[in-house]
Design a protein around this ligand. Structure first.
Ligand SMILES: Cc1ncc(COP(=O)(O)O)c(C=O)c1O
Length: 468
């Protein structure tokens, strides 16, 4: 039964995203009521270190007054205006200019949206519109990857390569293809080098393009680091090889920077980190540090020119949201970008992230841990039933979710992506807070180890030295 009035009211009133709705009816929610730095507090006064920055987005933590004040000032001045039919706002113009000035590749224009999903839905439409505009009506297929995450609206959920985002939602829609997930640890063959694996991934992409017919394939969308699929870093040389193939067949590259954008991996963009040359970029989340919903799509001059010609022909570019370029969200995003610059957030991430990465790698020897991966302030620890064979636990055993719950008990919020436990703390996290996060994770891992031994889910492995 619900533990409190707020919990029972929640159960009676709300459908929760990404939640087992049946379990929720009995267990109810964790009700968070306030935040301070990298911590949040629940209705009972219990404090949690937010190891996932909410949903990979609260880059400046939970108490940045400058963002609250920017929203307040803008709302007093102009609480709403739109960008339809030749209207604009001073603050929206400033934000667009700022984004273009920091883009990882030459971009010509920005289109504002309210979320990562809307951004990716928008690029699907733009890819189609663009190819119609330049007289290639057959070139419409968009390639994504298994385990990719690009959102949940109809087109972006179709791009997403996770089974539960399609199952019983009657997705994916037509013209979306999924190619292999380039996770070397999971899908590399015995004896295969990382580079040889990358070549195999690229060869198989090329084969797929040829099988489909290159004249039918319009674009490929990639997260520089795959987030919700398990925090999967590209194998060495992967993007170099993929991009050569896309260029060969005149296929656009779309970089989904919704998680990587704005410093997460120690560069302003994942595209910079991996030398991507995208034709379109989507971003959201840390664009406003998560304080208000905003996302953006950036496109090159070539694509923009085609949109102009098409809208001239049709009479209008019929796409846009009531809140595209909302003044309050724009003000908060602009202030966020100012803070990143003034506080040199990149330098901070580069300074503290080795502490997190080295700390996470200490768990690599743990009998429950198959792989530790990450860069900058993003990482994951993948739990396995058998280290030597990389055998995963039966998902029904709920090992990852168990650890996630024990972490709550120890005052830490992470995310269990199956049995990969994701870390993505606010970018402002200090070294001592990283230590605290890792200490609390150790306790949750110890509890999980005890549970799997007790339930006989793992062979009688020795108790690791740093477990209690
Ligand atoms: C890489 C990526 N793209 C798109 C999205 C969708 O963003 P939103 O939830 O704002 O629609 C997410 C959300 O986690 C994401 O991680």
């Amino acid at each position: 039964m619900a533990k409190s009035t707020a919990a029972s009211r929640d159960i009676a009133s709300t459908i929760h995203p990404y939640t087992n709705l049946k379990v929720h009816e009995t267990d109810g929610p964790l009700v968070i009521i306030e935040g301070d730095g990298v911590f949040v507090r629940d209705e009972n006064g219990k404090q949690y270190l937010e190891g996932l920055a909410g949903l990979w987005n609260a880059s400046l933590g939970f108490s940045e007054r400058r963002l609250a004040e920017a929203a307040y000032r803008q709302m007093l001045k102009l609480p709403f205006y739109h960008t339809f039919a030749h209207k604009s706002t001073d603050i929206g113009i400033e934000l667009a200019e700022k984004l273009l000035s920091i883009a990882p590749a030459p971009m010509s224009k920005v289109f504002f949206v309210n979320s990562g999903s809307e951004a990716n839905d928008t690029v699907v439409k733009l890819v189609w519109y663009y190819n119609n505009a330049i007289g290639r009506p057959k070139k419409k297929k968009i390639i994504s990857r298994t385990k990719a995450y690009h959102g949940v609206t109809v087109a972006s959920a179709s791009l997403t390569g996770l089974a539960n985002n399609h199952r019983d939602f009657d997705l994916p829609i037509a013209n979306i293809l999924h190619v292999e997930c380039p996770h070397f640890y999971r899908f590399g063959l015995p004896g295969e080098t990382e580079e040889a694996f990358a070549s195999r991934m690229a060869d198989s992409l090329e084969q797929r393009i040829l099988n489909e017919g290159a004249d039918t394939v319009a674009a490929m969308i990639v997260e520089p680091i795959m987030g919700a699929g398990g925090v999967l870093l590209p194998p060495v040389t992967y993007f170099e090889k993929i991009q050569a193939i896309l260029r060969k067949y005149d296929i656009l590259l779309i970089a989904d920077e919704v998680i990587c954008g704005f410093g997460r991996a120690g560069e302003m963009w994942g595209s910079t980190l991996y030398q991507l040359k995208p034709d379109m970029i989507t971003c959201a989340k840390a664009l406003s540090a998560g304080y208000l919903p905003i996302g953006a799509v950036m496109i090159t001059e070539t694509i923009y020119d085609a949109l102009v010609k098409q809208s001239e022909k049709i009479g209008v570019f019929s796409h846009g949201f009531t809140y595209s370029g909302h003044p309050a969200t724009s003000a908060v995003a602009l202030e966020t970008l100012k803070i990143y610059e003034q506080d040199d957030i990149l330098a901070h991430v580069r300074r503290v992230s080795p502490r997190m990465q080295a700390g996470l790698r200490r768990f690599a020897d743990h009998p429950l841990v198959g792989e530790v991966r990450g860069i900058g302030l993003i990482g994951a620890v993948e739990l396995v039933a058998d280290k030597s064979t990389k055998t995963s636990f039966d998902p029904a055993a709920g090992v990852g979710p168990f650890l996630y719950k024990r972490a709550h008990h120890h005052g830490l919020i992470l995310r269990a992506l199956g049995d990969s436990i994701a870390f993505c703390p606010p970018l402002i996290i200090s070294e001592s807070e990283i230590d605290l996060m890792l200490e609390r994770f150790t306790l949750a891992l110890d509890d999980t180890f005890a549970m799997v031994r007790e339930r006989g889910l793992i062979e009688s492995a020795p108790v690791p030295v740093f477990a209690k």
